[in-house]
Design a protein around this ligand. Structure first.
Ligand code: 5GP
Length: 140
């Protein structure tokens, strides 16, 4: 599949669309999912145009995985879930809906209500508040 320059994450990377940032460095950007499946649902993307993990150059792998791990650790610290789910979908058949590579980080605990994937847009103020807590908990 060809990379579509107009996908929403490409626009976020070009500052043509807004996002609520959680973390950024020269190779990686992390921000709140606007339709979170659980509080704190964060997306981590490389600053490289690829639809999928398979075509990611080596130099992005380590920064992307490191940021994902560090944010997962921050989410554990903030919400104290019993589990953290890290998801990465490659291709429409795998359930991918935005075609710029991304990792989802979603807290999981028994009894916590999960929302459907890509369904309900969360209030910006709530997302800002969750992002603030996660940002403060990140240890690089
Ligand atoms: P996928 O199905 O591709 O693995 O996940 C795409 C994710 O992007 C979904 O969880 C969806 O809620 C999220 N998403 C879709 N549009 C936007 C947007 O405009 N901004 C942000 N921050 N997230 C989005």
């Amino acid at each position: 599949m060809n990379y579509d320059q107009e996908n929403i994450f490409a626009k976020i990377l070009r500052n043509e669309a807004n996002c609520i940032k959680v973390y950024e460095d020269s190779k990686v950007l992390a921000f709140m999912d606007v339709m979170p499946q659980a509080p704190g649902h964060t997306l981590v993307i490389p600053k490289f145009e690829t639809t999928d993990l398979i075509n990611l150059p080596d130099e992005y792998l380590d920064p992307l995985l490191k940021a994902t791990r560090n944010i997962a650790a921050a989410i554990k610290k903030v919400y104290s879930p019993t589990g953290v789910m890290i998801l990465q979908l490659n291709g429409e058949e795998a359930g991918q809906t935005v075609f710029h590579l991304h990792f989802h980080i979603i807290q999981r605990s028994e009894g916590l209500n999960y929302r459907f994937h890509s369904r309900d847009i969360e209030d910006t103020e709530i997302l800002e508040n969750e992002a603030k807590k996660i940002r403060q908990a990140i240890v690089i």
